[in-house]
Write a protein that binds this ligand. Structure first.
Ligand code: PGA
Length: 248
């Protein structure tokens, strides 16, 4: 697969005006020559700051969530149109922390992906199994069910998403899926997308879950791993830049 890889940082609920300034300046300064696409998915209030900091660079911006609704009486929600106004090209949807702590269902995640696409924002749709599900031999069934809801809802637009395979047991734990474990699931997701869209080779399927400077190269060398969704390691410029280098 020869398409350029996508490396997306997921800051989660971290950051401050002063800290972001130093981190983003260091990332932008180190980007030169990177052929992969690099994005930072940051807390929504910081998008305005990052728009200024990224100015003139190849760094792309993203959000970590988006409302399924276009506008109106939805206190606390942020719409895709608002994110768009602040330069977001991507929005993570269905991160396991949102599924787990905010009760997001497969259908809500699919509706959020649809709302993002309606504004020209590419949803990064997260799927992944828990440890109990893996140990119960249900990995494939779970990730396929999660992706199926999105494919069904988006119909002919299903090929316009980015997918992130993030095994829940690997997120923030230091316990990474082996390249072989990850590749196996990526191949399943690719086949599912192929059946639905007919051009799954164009879709980026990212791996996420304790990807770091040391393990990135071996994960990114797998044929169906088209990039990474990076949590903890995206908060340290040298680590994040090493992952970008590994992606070529
Ligand atoms: P991690 O997080 O890299 O810190 O494991 C990845 C994610 O949750 O997107």
């Amino acid at each position: 697969m020869s398409k350029h890889k996508l490396i997306a940082g997921n800051w989660k609920m971290n950051g401050s005006l002063a800290g972001n300034d130093a981190l983003v300046r260091a990332v932008v300064a180190g980007l030169g020559g990177a052929r992969c696409t690099v994005a930072l998915c940051v807390p929504a209030p910081y998008l305005a700051q990052l728009q200024l900091l990224r100015h003139g660079s190849a760094l792309e911006l993203g959000a970590q969530d988006v409302s399924a609704h276009a506008q109106g009486a939805y206190t606390g929600e942020v719409s895709a149109a608002m994110l768009k106004e602040f330069g977001a090209r991507y929005a993570i949807v269905g991160h396991s922390e949102r599924r787990q702590y905010h009760g997001e269902t497969d259908q809500l995640v699919a509706d959020k992906a649809k709302a993002a696409l309606a504004q020209g924002i590419t949803p990064i749709v997260c799927v992944g199994e828990t440890l109990a599900e893996r140990e119960g031999g249900r990995t494939e069934e779970v990730v396929k069910r999660q992706l199926a809801a999105v494919i069904h809802t988006l119909a002919h637009c299903a090929g316009e998403i980015v997918v992130a395979y993030e095994p829940v047991w690997a997120i923030g734990t230091g316990r990474t899926a082996t390249p072989e474990q990850a590749q196996q699931v990526h191949a399943v997701l690719r086949a599912q997308l192929q059946a639905a869209t007919g051009h799954a080779e164009r879709v980026h399927i990212l791996y996420g879950g304790s990807m770091n400077a040391a393990n990135a190269a071996s994960l990114l060398a797998q044929p169906d791993i088209d990039g990474g969704l990076i949590g903890g390691a995206s908060l340290k410029a040298p680590d994040f830049l090493q992952i970008i280098q590994a992606a070529g």
